[in-house]
Each structure stands twice: as structure tokens, then as C-alpha cells.
Design a protein around this ligand. Sequence first.
Ligand SMILES: Cc1ncc(COP(=O)(O)O)c(C=O)c1O
Length: 288
Amino acid sequence: MTVYLNGKFLALEDAKISVLDRGFIYGDGVYELVPVYHRQPYRLAQHLARLRRSLEGIRLANPHPDARWEAIIRELIARQPFEHQGVYFQVTRGVAKRDHTFPAGVPPTVFMMSNPLATPSAEQVERGVAVVTAADERWLHCDWKTISLVGNVLARQLAADHGAVETVMFRDGYLTEASASNVLIVKRGTIIAPPKDNLILPGITYDATWDLARDAGLPFELRPVTKDEALGADEMWLSSSTKEVLAVTTLDGKPFAAGRPGPMFRRMYALFQASKPKARSAVSSADA
Ligand SMILES: Cc1ncc(COP(=O)(O)O)c(C=O)c1O
């Protein structure tokens, strides 16, 4: 597998960083994950905009203009043998003697790899998935995509311990998000999701669902969602770059709502599938 580290494309086993890297010592860095369909990144501009916001949040200079990021990402994609990929990239505050304050004059560490994209199985799409619920115990800047993910790791492990795919979290009586996905609900035909604030990651897939809902004329509201409202919803969905859109059909070990993916989910799932980049030959024959 070919990865990218600080300006070079290398075999994974040759990519090495110092144990003093601040990513390793402090989790002092940010990251992105861009889904790639038929070797074409999905909503890359939006991922790069979110990266800029995360870097600003942690006060780390962006090492590259967007055009350079895009060139590296496209080259990495071209170097992989598979069509559908998940490009992961992270920037840390570099290597320095251990000290909490920012080091002066230290270049950031930039690492990038691309794995086969693991989208949900047909069974998960057809039957929906199980989630558990928990209190959101993370910090107050969940809007920055930082590599300090221990709160999300613990939440995700709780789900795994219960044979579920995600943990849906609540803070002060309101829905926030899941450990690695956004959460949307449907009530009486309206899609409702918590607004973008400091308590959730502004998901690129979540943004895609609004755009798709708006274009299809589906009612959509962004507003705080109480725990009672979430638990009493007609449908609940997860959204992320690797889960795409998935229906929740089991919650805390019991069937959720109708116990099967609802009609609004089926509509959104179809819209989302249609919005994904197509194989290049399919694009040109459709255009012809
Ligand atoms: C905590 C969290 N929320 C939401 C998301 C969904 O974001 P996106 O749709 O950009 O993948 C992720 C994705 O990794 C995440 O980690």
C-alpha cells in the first residue's frame, strides 16, 4: 500500500514518524476522511473547507493551499489498485521536545493513506442497524475534526460491546450525534437534525442530505432535538462518509419505531445513491 508522508509517496512499512510527534504525545492535530467513488472524491471542496476550519480551531497553519491538497489526494487515489476508496489525511503540530505550548518553527506532520471504502452491506441497508444510547461526555469542540478521539473511541466501543454499530449520544437532554456519524430523525414526514454548533461535527454527508432534501422538496428542519423527541421519532438515521445514510431499527436492544427502515429513509437513500460520482464510462455514455 502506498501512503503519503511529508512530501513523499512511500510504502506503508517505510512511512515512519518520531515518537515525539505531537499527534502521538498530545493528540494535537486534525484529520479528514473523504469517500472516493470510481476514483472520484465526493464533495472534496467541502472536506477541504472543514479541514481549514479545524486547523483554524486548533491554531495550526494550513500546510497547503486547496489546489495542492487536491493534487496530492488525486495522486494517492491513482496509486491505489481499488476503485472506491476512503482517503484519510491528518495534520499534526509536528515533532518537538515534549511541552504543552506550541513549538516555534516546527513543520507540521502531514500523513495520508487510502483504504478500500467499506460502505454498508445490502443487509444493513435493507434491515437497518442497531444503536445504543449514552450520555455525551466529550469536550465542547466536537465541531473540529481533531485526532484526539478517545471520547468517540469509548462511545464506539460501548456500541461494539452491545453488538450495535453506533452509540447515539445526548447532552443535557438534547440529541448531539453518534460516535462517528451524525444523527437525523423524521417526525410526521419532516427530516429534523440538530443544528451545526460546537457540540457536533458538521458532517459532509449531513450537509449532503439537506441539499438532497431541498432539491427533492422534502421538508427539513435544523433545530435542537430533545431526547424524548428523538426516542419517539418515526425514523432515525445515521449519516457519515462511510455509512452514507443508514436507518436505525434497533435502539438499546429493542425495535425502534416500526423496526424496519421507513419510507423517508428509502427516499433519501435513493437520492444519496444517485448523487454519488458514477463510473467515468457511465458518465460519458450518459452524456453522449
Ligand atoms: C463524530 C462524527 N460525527 C459525524 C461524522 C460524519 O461526518 P462526515 O459525514 O463528514 O463523514 C463523523 C465522521 O467521521 C464523526 O466522526
